[in-house]
Design a protein around this ligand. Structure first.
Ligand code: NAD
Length: 456
């Protein structure tokens, strides 16, 4: 059995039966049979099921938002917003899927036709995170299902109820129960998947777990994809005109979902001549955002989803202060029930401090003043991670010069903390490898087959 707690109240929401080795093995056997039948269905049938899934998500959005908010602590409005975002991504997939995977003639010469077609991988594991269970989930199981794979879905133990809702709605939408199965449990249940001969492993989560899974999966010689953490930098050039406006956007980028986004702005470098104005505006904007009960209207910061993260944030703040950082706002966990941490702003920070090097995954930000573009580039690149990099400047040449030097899967110009289904979502270094979303994120779930045909 597993207990599910509400991070805002620390009350027990539910006790739930977990899977074990034999139930996971049985699920795998079912999915093996189911995959063959599911892949034999027409593409138009699979597309119709996923279109229906979008309709059902829209129908149940409010109730689903409440369930998600209860188990992860994000404000209900942000939870409902996440479901809306997921519907947008599914819409991209269903609109583009057939074209991206259409068999095509690659080369035709007298007496020779060379063609490419795509086969599904088989039964794939979708081991997922809790911070955006709908968004990171649909990135994987939607294209996987559309391509004719069956999916063994392991939601995070911190978003299990949402995982079960996803399963319920997919089945209601017409996806067979032997094409998609949700298994319940902690990392121990996830571990069982690593012992099975699955045909692909798609992981979203921390670097530590991802590295371990990659090592375990390597001998199987099957596709393995990793969407991991980040320590994403933002540079604010003195060329920007609207300092207050950029500060407001930076606050949202750093603190939306309580900073628990893989692509949250985790460190800011601001140029000297505008630093005082930027920092003052950043602090003032943060103070306008309310912390509190995530079910109440107008709340921006709920509790953290996991109590352990409170310790991580406290340690980062203590380490920064011990090394000379200045605390501009917040800095500690809040009294009372719930895993609340004060929105925290540190200045006078340096790269000797964990807060500028290690993923915070919470409402803590370090703002460092830099002399020029060159210093900003050096510091932005001083990281093991490589998910996104944001550059704020009115000068396109300056943006392109910096962006081309970033070793990150995404570069942003005058925007941040956003994911688009039209372009690949990928990390580098400790942020992982492989892509979801876009054409690349569709082709991740198939194997190409080359047809070389002599016609004479
Ligand atoms: P986590 O690594 O703790 O857990 C992720 C999943 O792995 C969970 O389902 C967990 O039960 C499972 N797991 C744990 N041990 C396992 C094992 N030995 N074998 C198999 N499965 C196991 O991560 P988390 O706390 O759920 O997620 C937060 C992390 O995810 C952050 O680092 C965040 O940046 C990252 N993330 C990245 C992206 C991205 O797109 N790059 C998106 C969302 C979250």
């Amino acid at each position: 059995m597993m207990k599910i707690f509400n991070p805002a109240t620390e009350e027990l929401i539910k006790e739930i039966q977990t899977d074990d080795k034999s139930s996971v093995q049985r699920a795998h056997e079912d999915l093996k049979k189911g995959q063959v039948e599911w892949a034999a269905e027409s593409m138009s049938h699979r597309l119709a099921c996923l279109r229906k899934f979008m309709v059902l998500l829209e129908r149940d959005k409010s109730a689903l938002g409440e369930i998600l908010s209860n188990e992860v602590g994000k404000p209900v409005s942000q939870a409902i917003g996440e479901i809306g975002g997921a519907i947008g991504r599914i819409s991209y997939f269903v609109d583009n899927f057939s074209e991206v995977l259409a068999p095509r003639e690659a080369h035709v010469a007298p007496g020779l036709i060379e063609k490419v077609s795509y086969d599904p991988l088989g039964v794939i594991a979708n081991i997922s995170a809790w911070n955006y269970p709908y968004l990171v989930g649909v990135n994987v199981f939607v294209p996987a299902l559309l391509a004719g794979n069956s999916v063994l879905y392991k939601p995070s133990e911190f978003s299990t109820l949402t995982g079960l809702e996803i399963e319920r709605l997919l089945l209601e939408a017409g996806v067979p129960s032997n094409a998609f199965k949700c298994i319940v449990g902690t990392g121990q249940v996830g571990q069982v998947l690593l012992g099975l001969p699955l045909d692909g492993y798609f992981f979203t989560g921390s670097y530590k777990t991802g590295q371990y899974i990659y090592e375990q999966v390597a001998p199987k010689m099957v596709p393995c994809q990793m969407e991991l953490g980040g320590k994403d930098p933002m540079f604010v050039s003195e060329k920007i005109q609207d300092v207050k406006g950029v500060a407001a956007v930076a606050v949202e980028g750093a603190f939306y979902n309580n900073g628990q986004s893989c692509c949250a702005v985790e460190r800011i470098y601001v140029q000297e001549s505008i630093a005082d104005e930027f920092i003052a505006a950043f602090i003032a904007e943060t103070k306008t955002l309310k912390v509190g009960d995530p079910t109440e209207d107008g709340i921006f910061f709920g509790p953290l989803s996991r109590s352990e993260q409170l310790d991580v944030l406290e340690q980062q703040v203590a380490d920064a202060l011990a090394q000379g950082a200045q605390l501009e706002l917040g800095g500690k966990r809040m009294d009372g029930k719930g895993y609340y941490f004060e929105p925290t702003i540190l200045t006078n920070v340096s790269h000797k401090m964990a807060v500028m090097k290690e993923e915070s995954f919470g409402p803590v930000i370090g703002i460092q003043v830099v002399k020029d573009e060159a210093e900003a580039v050096r510091l932005m690149k001083d990281t093991k991670y490589g998910l996104t990099s944001a550059i704020y400047t009115t000068d396109q040449e300056e943006f392109e010069a910096i962006a081309s030097q970033m070793n990150s899967g995404t570069v942003y110009w005058n925007c941040c903390d956003r994911v688009s289904p039209h372009v690949p979502w990928s990390g580098r270094g400790h942020s992982g490898f492989g892509s979801t979303l876009s054409e690349e994120g569709i082709k991740a779930f198939v194997r190409p087959k080359a047809w070389q045909m002599r016609t004479v």
